[in-house]
Design a protein around this ligand. Structure first.
Ligand SMILES: Nc1ncnc2c1ncn2[C@@H]1O[C@H](COP(=O)(O)OP(=O)(O)OP(=O)(O)O)[C@@H](O)[C@H]1O
Ligand SMILES: [Mg+2]
Length: 527
């Protein structure tokens, strides 16, 4: 029997955003058991680092994972940050799309207000249990249990009680099912190791479920200078972004909204834009802007000339800090670091690429008992990206380099390639923020940085090979020289030592590199 539209629409419902993510949890990084565990750790650890840096505190973070069942674990993360005031804790950790980082155009790890509440939702839908929080903002510490009213996307906070906690900070603990701890390139251990690499000011303790304890010690004692909030450049935003900004604007007219919201938007520019789109749009209240008007505005932005965006709000890790962290964690034989100048994506989004190549020590990855191969360490705003490598601009750029041309047999060498992209707005390829989208300008800029690192390593390996070949010849000839000087001394009655010294001088004339001291090699390493 045919159904009427009325029958069908009887079941018409509105879903909350929490309901949406409950059904599409893979969009938040909850796909696969190992991946899901890394996602939880990533969300909590990134929040802790953001909060500490915001408050000007050197982060000390501890991560504890306990196995409770076959695929059931307890994960807790504790930090020494500013803590969360009691009255905000429900919203912060129990409502999707809430946070302090919204509508702030600033380089931070978190942006969307989804991460922590996403973990609460994931705990709830896999074990039915709330997460447990203990926090102190300096006064009395409190503890509570938080879950989400999924239908309404509202927090449910229970058991609010005074708690024992001596210092400021936040500790979150949740129980999760359907996740797995594994010792691989995509493990929590590797995630934390890479976090420490890109954040040399962070100290991390990790208590693994197998009873092992790891400490990633801090390699620098200063916090990166706090990132500045800037206004977005008109060429760096989409129609959707423009409408998002318009929705939260309190300006009466779009013309005022434009000059208040965007960088480089002088009154002359507003006039120029009004000349293109007409006053019917720029006189409107920004809240009344519809898609078509926003689209005309974006089109107009693209048709006028702009001063380039300000890149001073972007903070890269910095050459010295990258070196300190790599030396501390990978203890390589050689490292070469490149920091490129700021570049601009789409004419409106400034970004900086840093790349490093590390050779020897703990660099690369073991491919068999005593053989090593290379690995890529991808970062966006200092956050390690472990998954979805195939969709990432960094992988694309690495693939674009002909390493053999630089004399680097990358498949059989202990090489780690480190790339960090910093920007106020990283163009991720998905909501899960696992990969940077393959925009041509980005891939090219990363490729240029990598070519520089490849040249650095080429010089080092080339030098090393030359020295070792010369050393082998020198040693062989010196063996003969020993015998020869005895024989010559017997025949001529001249002093054996004197003959041997003359022969050595002769050999060194041909192979001067053989006696090059290791100090010289060291010098090349640091170049
Ligand atoms: N460890 C913490 N210390 C202090 N405040 C925190 C901490 N963790 C979370 N918060 C607060 O809770 C808010 C929500 O966190 P959540 O991870 O959900 O979103 P976000 O970090 O703003 O963005 P994203 O979804 O990109 O991670 C944060 O904006 C911050 O205000
Ligand atoms: Mg977050």
């Amino acid at each position: 029997m045919e159904k009427s539209a009325e029958d069908i629409f009887e079941g018409f419902k509105e879903h909350s955003i929490a309901e949406f993510f409950k059904r599409n949890k893979q969009m938040l990084g909850y796909s696969g058991k190992v991946h899901s565990m890394v996602t939880v750790v990533h969300e909590y650890v990134s929040n802790s680092m953001d909060a500490c840096e915001d408050a000007g505190i050197l982060p000390f973070i501890s991560v504890r994972i306990k196995q409770l069942g076959d695929e059931r674990y307890s994960i807790s993360v504790d930090d020494n940050g500013p803590g969360v005031p009691k009255k905000f804790v429900g919203k912060a950790l129990g409502t999707i799309l809430t946070g302090t980082k919204f509508h702030v155009y600033r380089q931070q790890r978190g942006q969307q207000g989804i991460g922590a509440a996403g973990c609460t939702l994931f705990a709830q839908i896999t074990t039915g249990k709330p997460i447990h929080v203990v926090s102190s903002t300096g006064e009395n510490a409190y503890g509570c249990d938080i879950s989400i009213d999924i239908g309404k996307n509202k927090p449910v906070v229970n058991n609010i009680l005074p708690a024992e906690r001596k210092s400021k900070g936040l500790s979150v603990q949740g129980e999760f099912e359907g996740i797995k701890y594994e010792n691989s390139e995509k493990s929590v251990f590797e995630y934390l190791r890479r976090t420490a690499l890109a954040n040399p000011h962070v100290e991390i303790m990790f208590y693994a479920p197998d009873g092992k304890e790891y400490t990633f010690t801090r390699s620098v004692e200063t916090i990166p200078s706090p990132s500045k909030a800037i206004k977005p450049h008109p060429l760096g935003i989409s129609v959707n972004d423009l409408l998002d900004f318009a929705r939260v604007s309190s300006s009466r007219k779009t013309s005022v909204f434009l000059s208040e919201t965007f960088a480089r938007m002088s009154s002359a520019k507003v006039q120029e834009i009004t000349g293109i789109v007409g006053e019917s749009i720029t006189d409107k209240a920004p809240k009344d802007l519809d898609w078509a008007s926003a689209e005309s505005l974006i089109k107009a932005f693209k048709s006028v000339k702009w001063i380039a965006p300000d890149a001073t709000a972007i903070s890269s890790i910095g050459e010295e800090r990258v070196k300190a962290a790599i030396d501390n964690i990978l203890t390589p034989e050689y490292v070469y670091i490149v920091e490129r100048k700021p570049q601009v994506l789409h004419g409106g989004i400034p970004f900086i690429v840093e790349a490093a190549i590390a050779y020897g020590g703990n660099s690369g990855r073991k491919s068999s008992e005593d053989e090593y191969t290379w690995n890529i360490m991808r970062f966006a705003n200092r956050v390690p990206l472990l998954f979805d490598a195939g969709s990432c601009a960094i992988t694309e750029a690495v693939k674009g380099i002909q390493w053999k041309r630089y004399g680097i047999d990358i498949d059989n060498r202990p090489v780690s390639i480190f790339v960090n992209v910093s920007s106020v707005y990283i163009p991720y390829s998905g909501v899960g923020k696992e990969a940077i989208s393959k925009e041509e300008e980005l891939v090219e800029e990363i490729r240029l940085a990598l070519m520089d690192t490849a040249r650095g390593l080429q010089k080092y390996i080339g030098g090393k090979q030359k020295v070792s070949a010369a050393k082998t010849r020198y040693r062989t000839l010196m063996n003969y020289a020993g015998q020869l000087s005895s024989d010559l001394s017997y025949l001529t009655k001249a002093d054996k030592k004197e003959i041997e010294r003359s022969l050595e001088r002769l050999i060194l004339k041909h192979y001067p590199k053989a006696k090059e001291s290791d100090a010289e090699l060291e010098e090349e390493k640091g170049a």
